[in-house]
Design a protein around this ligand. Structure first.
Ligand code: AMP
Ligand code: GLY
Length: 423
């Protein structure tokens, strides 16, 4: 099988490494990729937001399967164009991708499917903002305000705060730039990212993971795209996991079928496990980053076959997934000033080591690997338990040199110490 992966992050690097382990794959390409993915796959330039460009590249390379990593091309309908060209594509249609691209659509689908999520209100008129803020957060007896950009924001459009001025300022700046604001009730409890392969009504869950959204240790600082992850979750009971599949993901998949926009690809449920059970924080229409780097490190089933059967409507015949025993931990090394405008162009050393996945990296003309984005590297460690997996990940992190970079030192720490409990 010949495969083309679209994207340039550590998630795509992890997908490529997983695909390379699949004996069914004899040709692997990536576009646009990064300095690390060029060692794994044939690298091509492409504008990932252009349906014509992606389709033309897939035709030229004569691939059997296109895998689309990021949400932006999916929300723009690039998967529809690839399928219309007669090429199998892993990734949902533009209509189904609204589950991520429009929070209002996601809320509507969840309401129809009877799935628990945060109560919410959309504000599009600044004159209504103060009254709306009074109905949420500490003003309404909740621990914090949750203020979101209603559209795509790469994980950075959310402010969760008990400071009304901060909540108000974020909402006002979104409204100023013409973005509707979503105010949500606060969901308390440990978070779970559950990735499911979905082909219409068929749902096959991968191992659950947890993401670390805040930039600094012990959840200080602003939200980011994700600073680390681990998988699986030793504190999540099997019955809660199956309740998420049967009570959240399957009903949403069925509702999308009923609406005439069946989901095909990876449906990512982000949940909080509250004292009243799981509640959805968000859905994404693609693999999550950095959780994918941990989850795929443990997958033993052939990844290419699985994604191909999802893309071609035969997931129900794929059989149970096989996983390696043990745990995986991902630590993100970020550039100075991330999640603000990152400093770029610094030389990175140590990035060729095993377990180092590339994201914001580029190769300079002289061959040096330099930083080119906010999240620069994802370091993956595995081990028999979380203590061992953490040790391996942080040992590799300490061998990397990137001026001004930062990382969290507490990824998976609370879970490794048995400090995560369900209410
Ligand atoms: P999102 O981009 O919607 O995933 O939000 C980013 C992060 O903000 C989530 O992972 C949560 O940590 C936090 N968050 C979002 N919505 C809520 C909510 N309703 N209650 C509590 N925390 C939330
Ligand atoms: N890890 C969060 C995301 O991929 O959206």
């Amino acid at each position: 099988m010949r495969v083309l992966v679209i994207g340039s992050g550590a998630r795509e690097h992890a997908l490529l490494l997983g695909l390379r382990r699949d004996p069914h794959i004899d040709f692997l390409a990536v576009a646009p990729g990064n300095a690390g993915t060029s060692a794994v796959a044939e690298q091509h330039e492409v504008d990932v937001t252009s349906a014509e460009a992606v389709t033309a590249l897939a035709r030229k390379l004569e691939v059997d399967l296109v895998i689309i990593g990021p949400e932006v091309p999916l929300v723009l309908g690039v998967a529809d164009a690839v399928r219309a060209a007669g090429i199998a594509c892993f990734g949902p249609s533009k209509d189904a991708a609204r589950i991520e691209g429009s929070k209002a659509f996601a809320k509507d689908v969840m309401a129809a499917a009877g799935v628990r999520t945060a109560g919410s209100e959309t504000v599009d008129n600044p004159a209504h903002l103060d009254a709306a803020l009074d109905r949420f957060g500490p003003a309404a007896g909740q621990p914090a305000w949750v203020v979101k950009d209603d559209g795509l924001a790469a994980g950075k459009g959310v402010v969760v705060t008990d400071d009304r001025d901060m909540a108000r300022a974020h909402a006002a700046s979104l409204l100023d730039s013409g973005h509707p604001v979503l105010l949500e009730s606060f969901l308390d409890g440990p978070e779970v990212s559950l990735f499911c392969l979905v082909d219409g009504a068929t749902v096959v869950p991968l191992l659950p993971a947890q993401d670390f959204k805040r930039v600094a240790d012990f959840d200080a600082g602003p939200n980011t795209g994700g600073m680390g992850a681990y998988s699986p979750l030793p504190w999540l009971p099997a019955d809660v996991l199956s309740a998420i599949v049967s009570g959240v993901v399957e009903p949403v998949a069925a509702e999308l079928v009923r609406r005439g926009c069946p989901f095909s690809g990876l449906l990512y449920a982000g949940l909080a496990i509250t004292s009243n059970g799981p509640a959805v924080i968000e859905f994404n229409c693609r693999f999550g980053d950095p959780e994918t780097q941990a989850v795929l490190a443990l997958l033993e089933s052939p990844l290419g076959q699985l994604l191909y059967s999802t893309a071609t409507g035969t997931l129900a015949d794929a059989g149970p997934l096989e996983w390696r025993d043990g745990y995986a931990v991902t630590v993100v090394v970020a550039a100075e000033n991330y999640p603000g405008r990152p400093r770029v162009g610094d030389v990175i050393t140590g990035s060729e080591a095993p377990g180092v996945l590339h994201a914001g990296t580029a190769r300079r003309d002289d061959g040096a690997v330099v930083s080119s984005g906010g999240r620069v590297l994802s370091i993956v460690g595995t081990g028999a338990d979380l203590v061992a997996a953490r040790e391996e990940a942080y040992r590799i992190v300490s061998s990397i040199r990137l001026p001004g970079s930062h990382f969290r030192s507490d990824i998976a720490l609370a879970a490794a110490e048995g400090r995560i409990t369900l209410a």
